[in-house]
Design a protein around this ligand. Structure first.
Ligand code: ADP
Ligand code: ZN
Length: 436
């Protein structure tokens, strides 16, 4: 399963070497950050007026965190470190949880980002001989263009189709012999259910791999994708504040994602105290970008929850692996006082073989209490059987959910393709409770 390296020297560098690179680059980043009004203030608070004040990597902890709110409050140029004439691109986050934020890129930033992406693509075993259909949304969202540039750098044939229009996606996969897709996991499952309608059989496609990312998904969700499509699916993680995709990506071993530590410093903290957690423990991912000039980013609180694997990966890459994203600190639901992450619910429903490809979590107020409903799509043949069989399935799902999340949800069984589908990031939670 050994795959070629894009940059062997860096990807397999000893940890001491990586840390030396990190320190040098952190100091350089400080120099650039000092050019922005926002970091001038942050660094003053930490009594840092020049890179000389950073003597070791632990000095990073003196600097306050940067939050999404900081980015919004300093919109549009408070974090811009270069002259506008040196900016070659502007991206913005998709704004899942509020007003979007803006990130500027210099030519060098785009170049470095593309190189990281090429590293990710190579790590999966993909090569320039592959045909790459990029189903991620292009535009302000970083998912589309990020992988596009990386795939071109590797030399693959890129099909910049963007999101949506499922039938055309399927036809394109057939016409151009697509071997790799880049797509959200939820949309990839959905496309499979449309093969018949598009009058294309799986056997007519030569699909081998998919890069899946942009939204949380469980290991069972990945397994389901791999099983129904007969492909390998690789998890891809990133966020616009830290370039976009390419922060961490799975290698051919598919045992969580190498986070490129020459380009990012990763910390895992307790989101309540801000203190580092023990190695291997889950917490909030905090990232410092070491190679970006136009919008430096120091100790950015991603609000994503994950842990780091301390042990090395058999592929030989020395950069530590980040677990799949377990949830976002801001997607936790409090239902009748009990904390529930949507990912806990997904883990249960995707383990159940009768459950097909889509589900929705709905919370509403009934009298004084919150009420949770989990709607799942199941395979059509089940509706042809005995009604008692459906009741038993419903009871089983309810029981399994109850053991995982303590609450007693109502479970609804739906036919395939009856719940809303998103062509980009899936919207799994509908919270109908009145806002306080
Ligand atoms: P936002 O969704 O906050 O508007 P982005 O479009 O930059 O901003 O999306 C980044 C976010 O998407 C990440 O912080 C993370 O929550 C989620 N995300 C990206 N990739 C993955 C992945 N592979 N697994 C789980 N979540 C992911
Ligand atoms: Zn590996």
């Amino acid at each position: 399963m050994q795959t070629p390296f894009w940059n062997k020297e860096i990807e397999t560098a000893e940890r001491a070497v990586l840390q030396k690179i990190q320190l040098e680059r952190l100091r350089e980043t400080i120099l650039w950050a000092l050019k922005t009004p926002f970091y001038q203030k942050q660094l003053r608070e930490a009594r840092i007026s020049s890179p000389d004040n950073i003597r070791s990597l632990s000095d990073l902890r003196k600097i306050p965190f940067t939050t999404k709110d900081d980015l919004r409050l300093n919109f549009p140029k408070g974090l811009l470190a270069v002259d506008m004439k040196d900016v070659v691109r502007i991206h913005s986050s998709s704004g899942t949880t509020g007003i979007p934020t803006v990130i500027y890129y210099s030519k060098e930033d785009i170049d470095n980002w593309s190189d990281l992406m090429a590293r990710c693509i190579f790590a999966t075993g993909a090569t320039r001989a592959d045909i790459f259909q990029n189903m991620m949304t292009y535009g302000m969202f970083t998912g589309g263009l990020g992988l596009h540039y990386g795939a071109e750098r590797v030399g693959m044939a890129v099909i910049p189709i963007g999101g949506g229009n499922t039938k055309r996606q399927i036809k394109t996969m057939k016409d151009f012999c697509t071997t790799i897709l880049h797509v959200t996991p939820s949309y990839l499952l959905h496309i499979h259910s449309k093969l018949d309608e598009a009058e294309v059989k799986r056997e007519e496609l030569v699909l081998k791999k998919a890069f899946i990312g942009a939204e949380p998904h469980s290991e069972d969700f990945r397994k389901k994708i791999e099983h129904i499509w007969h492909i390998d699916a690789y998890n891809s993680y990133g966020l616009s504040e830290l370039n976009g995709p390419g922060v961490a990506f799975e290698c051919a071993y598919k045992k969580d994602m190498h986070l490129w530590e020459d380009a990012y410093i990763v910390e895992i903290i307790n989101p309540e105290t801000g203190q580092p957690v023990k190695d291997g423990q889950p917490g909030e991912v905090v990232l410092t970008n070491l190679i970006r000039r136009a919008t430096p980013m120091i100790r950015y609180r991603t609000r994503d929850l994950a842990f780091l694997h301390p042990e090395p990966c058999p592929c030989g890459r020395t950069h530590r692996r980040l677990s799949r994203i377990l949830g976002r600190t801001d997607d936790m639901l409090i239902i009748n006082g009990i904390n529930v992450f949507p990912s806990q619910i997904e883990e249960v429903v995707m383990r159940i073989p009768e459950v097909a490809t889509n589900y929705v979590i709905q919370v509403e107020k009934k009298g004084a209490l919150d009420h949770l409903t989990v709607k799942v799509e199941i395979y059509p043949k089940l509706f042809l059987g005995e009604p008692a069989q459906l009741d038993r399935l419903k009871a089983r799902i309810t029981d399994e959910l109850h053991s995982a999340i303590i609450l007693h949800p109502s479970v609804e069984l739906h036919e395939p393709n009856s719940l809303p589908v998103s062509e980009g990031k899936a919207k799994r939670v509908i919270d109908l409770r009145p806002k306080e």
